[in-house]
Ligand binder design. Structure first.
Ligand code: CTP
Ligand code: MG
Length: 227
């Protein structure tokens, strides 16, 4: 099995409120994205890593790749207006081989563990599409525009979804082509794979694999243990 990683890093981090996007935020002397790339660069079965970012950050990213000897990064491509476009730009440069899988992981989820990535690599052998999630523990309500509760949603079958998301190359490619034809955009890659009719398996993710969205996210737990 060959795994190719796409890291979308082309957002502007509005909610994080720094001049430079949060993926380049300094955390213990290194840019946040460094920790994310490192997790994948060190796994044997990862063949290549492609990163999508804004043109103005190409130089900065190339320096990170060189300084940290991330030899598996084969390309830095320009991101798009949406995450969907950024990931698709990354997918376009992957040359598929036999038994080829694509892993998509947010640049701003540096706390993912190698253990979880490897577990998912095993699971995807059988199901061809796997995503991590955490079960919802709080009560979920649906409301109207005035925040009046319409109903309480049964939470037994509800999951909050994270990345990395892993798909067989052909499944992902075909799903993107269908989504692009239909102008369908999802908030994650799994949505477009589901839209193309493929089955997607959820496995239990890690609570610590948070998406860094606001500065408060970095105060939630002892982040140093996961870098
Ligand atoms: N992303 C991307 N291209 C975009 C938008 C987002 O590659 N056009 C990436 C981000 O860089 C991040 C991931 O998708 O790694 C998850 O997005 P999010 O947390 O929403 O990041 P931002 O869009 O940068 O943040 P915000 O929504 O607060 O502006
Ligand atoms: Mg965003």
């Amino acid at each position: 099995m060959k795994f190719n990683v796409i890291i979308p890093a082309s957002g502007s981090g509005e909610r994080f409120r720094t001049r430079i996007p949060k993926q380049f935020f300094q955390l213990n002397g290194k840019e946040l994205i460094t920790y994310t790339i490192r997790k994948f660069n060190s796994i044997n079965s990862v063949e290549s890593i492609v990163i999508a970012t804004k043109k103005e950050y190409f130089k900065r990213l190339h320096k990170i790749i060189k300084d940290n000897k991330f030899q598996k990064v084969i390309a830095v491509v320009e991101g798009g207006a949406t995450r969907h476009d950024s990931v698709f730009n990354g997918l376009k440069v992957i040359i598929p081989t036999d038994d080829c899988y694509v892993i998509i992981h947010d640049a701003v989820r540096p706390f993912i563990t190698e253990k979880k990535i490897k577990e998912m690599m095993e699971v995807v052998k059988d199901c061809k599409a796997v995503i991590p999630g955490v079960k919802i523990n709080d009560t979920i309500k649906e409301v109207n525009k005035s925040n009046i509760v319409l109903r309480t949603v049964p939470r037994k079958y509800l999951w909050e979804i994270q990345t990395p998301q892993i798909f067989e190359y052909d499944i992902l490619r075909k799903s993107f082509e269908k989504a692009n034809r239909e102008k369908f955009k999802g908030t994650d890659e799994s949505s477009i794979v589901e839209n193309a009719g493929y089955k997607v398996k959820i496995i239990e993710g890690e609570k610590t694999n948070i998406k860094v969205t606001t500065k408060d996210d970095l105060k939630q737990f002892d982040i140093n243990r996961f870098l």
